[in-house]
Design a protein around this ligand. Structure first.
Ligand code: IPM
Ligand code: MG
Length: 365
């Protein structure tokens, strides 16, 4: 098979982690008889440096021409980077929001899994983490507060800022359908998260999710208020299978869930539209403080590449091979610094660099 992959190295640690993911993908190609063509695409700060804007139409076209896009990370240090002297709509993050919208990537899948090998990194009490957890956060990605009208005005000397949170039933239905479809392939449980005790958009969300649920009688649906969900994620994460939620709640809850795993450097994500196209990126940020030091953890990006093989190319054995390589490398005791613990070190675990980790993974494909 010929795979046309758009590559967005992006900012911060992005270029180094994408390089390692490509190392692994190239090995997959050799081992399984595929060819890969990469097209490099500029986004975020990297695009600002060249074109003065975080996203160009040229970049959107290049992404659209690819079968799928693999991304590193976007953004810099807001206190020191010159990108943050630009107006908000010209900053790196605006490019990421815009490309999601341009490509219609309304469904963001963020798995949060407690890896057995890394259980000691989980910050929860052992009596809670013992049960393990494996949830999929389905975040609506192109609507709600992040895409509503916004303005800041000054009236009678008082500054006022307005952001609007809008959802229509079509936007809610399509993400709900995706969430139920995915739940059917998992433990058949959907927790829809909203703030229906306050927000109209949440009451509509709940109604539409209930309507969609009628087509999935095998899936157990429950509704949870977002503040309670934030609590439940640290109290009893094992109760969740698929969490379905709107854009901002999903942004916040997915960060919380990833922290609870203790290994944010391990978590992948996929942003999908209605076709097989997807944009795949690690759940973590650009970590500008360690950029270029070759100490970042490339595993989340490698696992994002695995999600790409699975969801965009339907290459299940290839994706399984990548996931297995990650498990084997962890089992063999190799750790990047973010997932190295004192106990692991004592037990003989070896600390490796970003590029060494990439090579170790590629060698196991
Ligand atoms: C994420 C990030 C982005 C978002 C930012 C960088 C715009 O936090 O992917 O979660 O909020 O969607
Ligand atoms: Mg976020």
């Amino acid at each position: 098979m010929e795979l046309h992959i758009g590559c967005i190295p992006g900012d911060g640690i992005g270029p180094e982690i994408v390089k390692e993911a490509k190392k692994v993908l190239d090995k997959v190609a050799v081992r399984f008889g595929h060819t890969i063509q990469y097209t490099e695409i500029l986004l975020g700060g990297a695009s600002i440096d060249v074109h003065g804007v975080p996203l160009t139409m040229e970049a959107v076209d290049a992404a659209k021409k690819s079968d799928a896009v693999l991304m590193g990370s976007i953004g810099g240090d807001a206190n020191t980077s010159p990108w943050y002297k630009l107006p908000p709509q010209k900053r790196p993050e605006a490019g990421l929001l815009a490309i999601r919208k341009e490509l219609g990537l309304f469904a963001n899948l963020r798995p949060a899994v407690l890896y057995e090998e890394l259980a000691e990194a989980c910050p929860l009490k052992e009596e809670i983490s013992r049960a393990g957890f494996d949830m999929m956060i389905m975040r609506e990605l192109t609507g709600g507060l992040y895409f509503g009208e916004r303005r800041t005005t000054v009236e009678n000397g008082v500054r006022t800022a307005v952001d609007t949170l809008t959802y229509n039933e079509k936007e809610i239905r399509r993400i709900a359908v995706k969430a139920f479809d995915i739940a059917m392939k998992r433990r058949k449980k959907v927790t829809s998260v909203d703030k229906a005790n306050v927000l109209d958009s949440s009451r509509l969300w709940r109604d539409v999710v209930n309507e969609v649920a009628k087509d999935y009688p095998q899936v157990a649906l429950s509704h949870m208020l977002v503040d309670n969900c934030a609590m439940q994620l640290v109290k009893d994460p094992a109760q969740f299978d698929v969490i379905l939620t709107e854009n901002m709640f999903g942004d916040i809850l997915s960060d919380e869930a990833s922290m609870v795993t203790g290994s944010i450097g391990m978590l992948a994500s996929a942003s999908l539209n209605d076709t097989s196209f997807g944009l795949y990126e690690p759940s973590h940020g650009s970590a500008p403080d360690i950029a270029g030091m070759d100490i970042a953890n490339p595993i989340a990006t490698v696992l994002s590449a695995s999600m790409m093989l699975r969801y965009s190319f339907n290459l299940t054995s290839e994706a399984d091979a990548v996931d297995k390589a990650v498990k084997q490398v962890l089992k063999s005791g190799y750790r990047t610094s973010d997932i190295m613990s004192a106990d692991c070190k004592k037990a003989g675990c070896r600390q490796v660099t970003c590029s060494e980790m990439g090579t170790l993974l590629a060698d196991r494909i």
